[in-house]
Design a protein around this ligand. Structure first.
Ligand code: PLP
Length: 426
């Protein structure tokens, strides 16, 4: 073996996987089992007491899922990861380790519509209070910090408008406030942006999107950067204080730079229960093998489509950070030099009605509520994903009534442009 560290594409195919020790199977098997036999009573006791690593029950861990966890941790440059049932489950599990009832967290206003909903309504019933800030105004994050602030949550490339977030600037605010920075890296994937390299302490993903990549499996993952010191000031008792669930062990003291991933597994996943099916883990692992190839094609196609739309007389504006004229182009060059992602919005001169009509006339684009599929997708956010927001909030989050969102797939770009041309022109 050479001393060379494996590159991104090599990790995408190999990280975490070994030929199966009993059968020699080269592809990672689907360990479709609920539970695992203990060697003896002592072995069982040590697994339950966290004195040994091993499989107990698939709600807590599974060998197929473990390969996925190791692979995504390697791609993101983290110390460990935990796969869960969905992107939303990842967000719940992460925040449960960080917040007590009555605590606050700061979140960027430009977020996936489902996250805005989850933070505003579901988390309120847990006593977790969201305070919104604006990624175009870094000082708004500083102003939002209070003694009850426990974390900051942003997206690297933000849904739905595809804007690029200045991760380093917000990580400086988090560091000063003494709280970890969580980055939802779903729209970028680690192929385009690795938030940990820019100061993120925790990365979350909806695996449902570009990582799985084929629109066939829901999943989520949490990556621990291993960078945050959880022992400071008793602010994070789940990590720093003796845990009654595990004979009084302190997770940070015992597990060091992967304590957060352990907390998510043994306190979050074990007790809240959103386990990922090993079958979905297998589908997503297969998707990740081609992530670098797909992501580059997604981005190249998106740029060509955005350029076409920018020159079309029916289009009022295109919001794609990969365009030289875009307000986020500087940030895109810094954070995502290989491409600015494949999800972006544009607005039509004909407003709401033109948006609805376009969506109905498109033939190759599928009209549905997802992003990051091999297939090209289209949606009108104001009447769907962001419909729960009031008009001002819609505009603030980039989903005004005239806005159409595209997720560009890996088809031939000429076919995508031809479909848009017929739908816009007719
Ligand atoms: C889809 C999505 C989520 C939620 O993920 P699910 O797998 O649907 O639960 C969170 N954040 C972003 C940016 C997303 O696109």
């Amino acid at each position: 073996m050479s001393d060379r560290l494996p590159g991104f594409s090599t990790l995408a195919v190999h990280a975490g996987a070994q030929p199966d020790p009993t059968t020699g199977a080269r592809a990672t098997p689907i360990y479709q089992t609920t539970s695992f036999v203990f060697n003896d009573a002592d072995h069982a006791a040590s697994l339950f007491g966290l004195q040994a690593f091993g499989n107990i029950y698939t709600r807590i861990g599974n060998p197929t899922n473990a390969v996925l966890e190791e692979r995504v941790a390697a791609l993101e440059g983290g110390t460990a990861a935990l796969a869960v049932a969905s992107g939303h489950a990842a967000q719940v599990v992460v925040l449960q380790q960080l917040l007590q009832p009555g605590d606050e967290f700061i979140a960027a206003r430009k977020l996936y519509g489902g996250s805005i909903n989850q933070f505003t309504h579901a988390f309120k019933s847990f006593g977790w209070n969201v305070v919104w800030a604006d990624t175009d105004d870094i000082a708004s994050f500083e102003r939002a910090v209070t003694p009850r602030t426990k974390t900051i949550f942003i997206e690297s490339i933000a849904n739905p408008g595809g804007s690029i977030t200045d991760i380093e600037a917000i990580s400086t605010v988090a560091r000063k406030a003494g709280v970890p920075l969580i980055v939802d890296n779903t729209l970028a994937s680690p192929y385009l942006i690795r938030p940990i390299d820019h100061g993120a302490d925790i990365v979350v993903h909806s695996l449902t999107k570009f990582l799985g990549g084929h629109g066939n499996s829901i999943g989520g993952i949490i990556v621990d950067a291993g960078t945050f010191d959880w022992s400071t000031g008793g602010k994070y008792p789940m990590l720093s204080e003796p845990r009654p669930e595990y004979h009084g062990i302190r997770l940070q003291e015992t597990f060091g730079n992967f304590a957060f991933a352990i907390a998510c597994r043994v306190l979050g996943l074990r007790d809240l229960g959103p386990a990922l099916s090993p079958f979905n883990a297998f589908m997503i692992l297969t998707g990740i093998e081609t992530l670098p190839l797909r992501m580059q094609k997604h981005c190249d196609n998106a740029k060509a489509v955005a350029e076409f739309l920018a020159g079309h007389p029916a289009v009022a504006s295109v919001s794609y950070a990969g365009l030289a004229s875009d307000k986020y182009n500087q940030l895109a060059r810094k954070y995502a030099p290989k491409g600015a992602g494949a999800v972006f919005t544009f607005s039509l001169k004909g407003g709401y009605d033109a948006g609805v009509s376009l969506v109905e006339k498109l033939q190759l684009f599928s009209h549905l509520a997802n992003v990051g599929d091999t297939r090209s997708l289209v949606i009108h956010p104001a009447s769907t994903t962001h419909s729960q927001l009031d008009d001002a909030a819609k505009v603030r989050s980039g989903a005004g009534p005239d806005v159409v969102r595209l997720s560009i797939g890996i088809e031939d770009k000429e076919d995508l442009i031809a479909d848009l041309e017929q739908a816009l022109g007719a």
